[in-house]
Design a protein around this ligand. Structure first.
Ligand code: HEC
Ligand code: HEC
Length: 357
């Protein structure tokens, strides 16, 4: 009798405890936690602005439309087959799906293509930061022996004129005595790129909508900050605002499996190849993490296939930490909240000029 009594009371204690567990789970996330996390996040990150137009440079519809056509235009490249869109494709969130991109005449380039979304907000362009603005990037790309393979400005301008672009350049840049120029090619493409901003659920969260992120994404954001990721990946683009050494705790290739590249006469040393300064060896522009979940594979050479693996590699190489599977999965949920919609206009293929006969 006594025993049964004991059993019943311990069972009811158990039931009570279970009830309490349901009511107050150990990791309960409260409204206060939401407010604290929103404040913490706002100290490190910023929502995307409505526009990234340059001062004194209007993003007129005619310039943006011309820039979009030029972005999709493949006939200006040396083999007639390659445009910005080849490597920065709407199907892959403004990147391509390759580890290393393939340039003009089918030649493999030594780096992975970034997404082209939100890049006008970065400190500079490319892993080495050797192009200051999206305009300078577009200018140099069309003359790069690896990308477009053109050898002079005149060559590019003649091709554009022969393809029937003169009226479009004239309309977009009516003040210019010589509207068809590589200068205006770069300005128009830059204008188009400046419209390619991708607000995401994370922006809503930063602006105070606590429901915009799932519980796992919130736990992941908290982990991302507390682990130290936000020490490098911060600001409006969650990265892209500084240069940092890749491989702080050990040589990166021991963990990523990267291979030496002919173009770099060995392992890619990042910014060093642009500045030739030993202090820049293995310094890379910290990539933005907006849309990162939609743009595998990862790192400057696409050496890591999946996002969970990229997160583990980062924790180990940059912070000397091993993350649990649960932490990795929460951080990945947070990173997924940085995926924005593809700008509607970007995905719609433009009608390009037909070369006059
Ligand atoms: C052959 C493929 C290819 C073509 C064509 C190409 N890109 Fe890229 N793009 C890349 C690669 C690879 C990188 C990374 C280069 C690096 O970091 O050294 C890149 C980087 C960029 C970046 C820098 C983004 C960042 O986060 O730093 C921008 C912007 C960009 N490209 C825009 C363009 C535009 C505009 C065009 C057309 C004028 C273009 N690209 C043509 C492959 C390509
Ligand atoms: C000390 C600075 C630093 C810290 C801390 C850091 N990162 Fe990075 N991160 C970088 C740099 C630099 C790269 C570019 C490496 C490369 O490709 O050469 C990078 C690349 C990445 C990439 C790949 C992006 C892409 O498009 O290929 C992801 C994902 C990433 N970091 C996530 C994280 C996470 C998650 C943490 C925390 C666990 C973290 N990072 C901590 C500097 C840092």
């Amino acid at each position: 009798m006594k025993k049964t009594h004991q059993l019943i009371s311990s069972l009811s204690a158990l039931a009570l405890a279970a009830g309490a567990f349901l009511l107050f789970p150990p990791l309960a996330w409260s409204d206060n936690d939401d407010q604290a996390l929103i404040a913490k996040a706002n100290a490190l990150f910023k929502p995307l602005p409505a526009s990234s137009a340059l001062e004194n440079t209007e993003l007129t519809p005619l310039r943006v439309a011309l820039g979009k056509s030029l972005f999709y235009e493949t006939r200006v490249s040396a083999d007639g087959r390659l445009g910005c869109v080849t490597c920065h494709n709407p199907a892959y969130h403004g990147a391509d799906s390759l580890a290393l991109t393939v340039g003009v005449h089918g030649k493999q380039l030594p780096r992975n293509a970034h997404t082209v979304f939100n890049t006008s907000l970065l400190i500079a362009q490319h892993y080495g930061g050797n192009r200051a603005t999206v305009e300078e990037q577009a200018y140099k790309a069309v003359l790069s022996p690896l990308a477009y393979g053109n050898t002079s400005n005149e060559q590019v301008e003649t091709k554009l004129t022969q393809l029937g672009y003169l009226p479009l350049f004239k309309a977009a840049y009516p003040q210019d005595a010589k509207p068809v120029s590589v200068e205006n090619w770069s300005k128009a493409i830059g204008a188009f790129e400046r419209t390619l901003l991708t607000p995401a659920p994370f922006d809503k969260f930063l602006k105070g909508d606590a429901q915009a992120l799932s519980r796992n994404a919130k736990l992941g954001l908290d982990k991302f900050i507390n682990t130290g990721c936000a020490g490098c990946h911060n600001g409006v683009t969650v990265g892209g605002q500084s240069y940092q050494k890749f491989g702080i705790t050990q040589d990166y290739w021991l963990v990523t499996g990267s291979t030496p590249k002919e173009a770099f006469k060995g392992y890619d040393k990042g910014r060093f190849h642009d500045t030739k300064d030993e202090a820049d060896a293995f310094m890379f522009k910290v990539p933005q993490l907006r849309n990162v979940a939609a743009t595998p594979p990862y790192f400057h050479d696409g050496s890591v296939a999946t996002l969970p693996q990229a997160v583990r590699v980062m924790a180990q190489l940059q912070l000397g930490k091993q993350l649990s599977d649960e932490d990795v999965s929460h951080i990945v949920s947070f990173l997924e909240s940085l995926t924005g919609d593809i700008p509607a206009d970007f995905a719609q293929v433009p009608r390009l000029p037909v070369a006059p006969h």
